[in-house]
Design a protein around this ligand. Structure first.
Ligand SMILES: C[S@@+](CC[C@H](N)C(=O)[O-])C[C@H]1O[C@@H](n2cnc3c(N)ncnc32)[C@H](O)[C@@H]1O
Length: 292
C-alpha cells in the first residue's frame, strides 16, 4: 500500500484499528486479484477523472480510491467508522424508502455495502451501483456474487451519469458527499433530480453536519480533504435548491444523518391526483358506487 506518512490517521487510528484487522488476510485478498486486468474490465473507456477526485488523498492514502489497496481495506476500516454498528447505520437509509421502487440507482456505491442492502430489501427491483473507482467496483462485484444477488455495476461520474432522465424511482448516496467539494455535491443532487421520475425519492446518508461542526477533531481525524466544507454547509439546503420537495434531515445514531426529498409530480398529474382524492372524499366512507 502506498501511504502518506504521519497523517493523523496513520499516527493514531491505524495502529488501533490495525489490532482488529487481520492484515495477513487482507494481503492475501489483495494479492489474489489481478487489479490491472479486473479494473480494466469494469472501466468505462475514456472516462476523464475530475481533478478534485484524482488530485486528493482520501483517508490519508495516496492515490485516493484509484488503487486496489484502498478497495481491499475499505470494508474492514469502515466497520469502525460507523458507530454503533455499520449495518444499523446503513439500514436507517433503507428504513426511509417509501413504496416499492422498481429502478434504484446508488451513486458513489464504493464496494457496494448499501447497494447490496437495497437489492436485498427490494429483490424485484433493478439496482445499479455507480462509482468513479473501478477498483471499488471490482470489490462490489465480488461481494454481490458472494451474496448471490444481481446488481449492475457502472463506472462513471455521479454528477454526469449519462443515464436517461426520469428513469429511476429511487436515487441514493451513502458516505459520498463528505468526500466531494460542495459544488460537486450540489451538481450530484441536480443530476439525481434529472434522473428521478416525478414522485421519485432521493436519500442521502452521510456524516452528521451538526455534530461535525461542533466536534472539530472529527473533521481532522479522517483525513478527508472536503469534510470541513461539507460540515459547514447543509444537505437540506442543497436538496431544496436542486428542486426537491418535502426535504427532511434526521439524525442517525451518533455521527450520521439521512436526508430525504421528493421530486414533485408534474403539474397535470398533481391535478389528476387531487381530483381523484376529492371524488373519493365526496362519496365519503361508502366509496364510489358501482356503475348500474
Ligand atoms: C466513502 S466511499 C462510500 C462508498 C459507499 N457508498 C459506502 O457507503 O460505503 C466514497 C465513494 O464515492 C466515490 N466517488 C467519489 N466521488 C465520486 C463521483 N463524483 N462520482 C462517483 N463516485 C464518486 C469514491 O470512488 C468512493 O468509492
Amino acid at each position: 500500500m502506498v501511504n502518506r506518512k504521519d497523517t493523523l490517521w496513520e499516527q493514531f487510528l491505524q495502529p488501533i484499528v490495525g489490532v482488529f484487522i487481520d492484515g495477513e488476510q487482507l494481503r492475501q485478498l489483495y494479492e489474489s486479484i489481478d487489479w490491472e486486468q479486473e479494473s480494466d474490465r469494469v472501466s468505462t473507456p475514456d472516462l476523464v477523472y475530475p481533478d478534485y477526485y484524482k488530485s486528493q488523498n482520501f483517508h490519508g492514502i495516496e492515490g485516493g480510491y484509484l488503487n486496489g489497496s484502498a478497495a481491499t481495506s475499505y470494508d474492514p476500516i469502515t466497520q469502525y467508522a460507523l458507530p454503533p454498528n455499520e449495518t444499523w447505520v446503513r439500514q436507517e437509509l433503507i428504513n426511509r424508502i417509501q413504496g416499492t421502487p422498481r429502478r434504484i440507482l446508488d451513486l458513489g456505491c464504493g464496494t457496494g455495502s448499501t447497494t447490496l442492502l437495497l437489492k436485498q430489501a427490494f429483490p424485484e427491483a433493478e439496482v445499479i451501483g455507480l462509482d468513479l473507482s473501478p477498483y471499488m467496483l471490482v470489490m462490489a462485484e465480488r461481494k454481490a456474487k458472494a451474496a448471490g444477488v444481481e446488481i449492475q455495476w457502472r463506472h462513471g461520474k455521479a454528477e454526469e451519469t449519462g443515464l436517461p432522465e426520469a428513469s429511476f424511482d429511487l436515487v441514493t448516496a451513502s458516505l459520498l458527499f463528505h468526500e466531494t467539494p460542495p459544488a460537486v455535491a450540489k451538481s450530484i443532487l441536480r443530476e439525481s433530480f434529472r434522473l428521478l421520475k416525478g414522485g421519485g425519492q432521493v436519500l442521502i446518508l452521510d456524516g452528521n453536519q451538526r455534530t461535525l461542526r461542533q466536534v472539530n477533531w472529527l473533521t481532522e481525524v479522517f483525513e478527508e480533504p472536503y469534510i470541513k466544507a461539507y460540515a459547514t454547509d447543509s444537505v437540506d439546503a442543497w436538496m431544496g435548491s436542486a428542486g426537491f420537495e418535502a426535504v427532511q434531515t434526521q439524525d442517525v445514531w451518533l455521527l450520521n444523518q439521512v436526508t430525504q426529498g421528493m421530486k414533485p409530480l408534474p403539474v397535470d398529474e398533481q391535478v389528476y391526483q387531487r381530483t381523484q382524492r376529492r371524488t373519493i372524499d365526496d362519496f365519503g366512507s361508502e366509496g364510489i358506487p358501482a356503475p348500474a
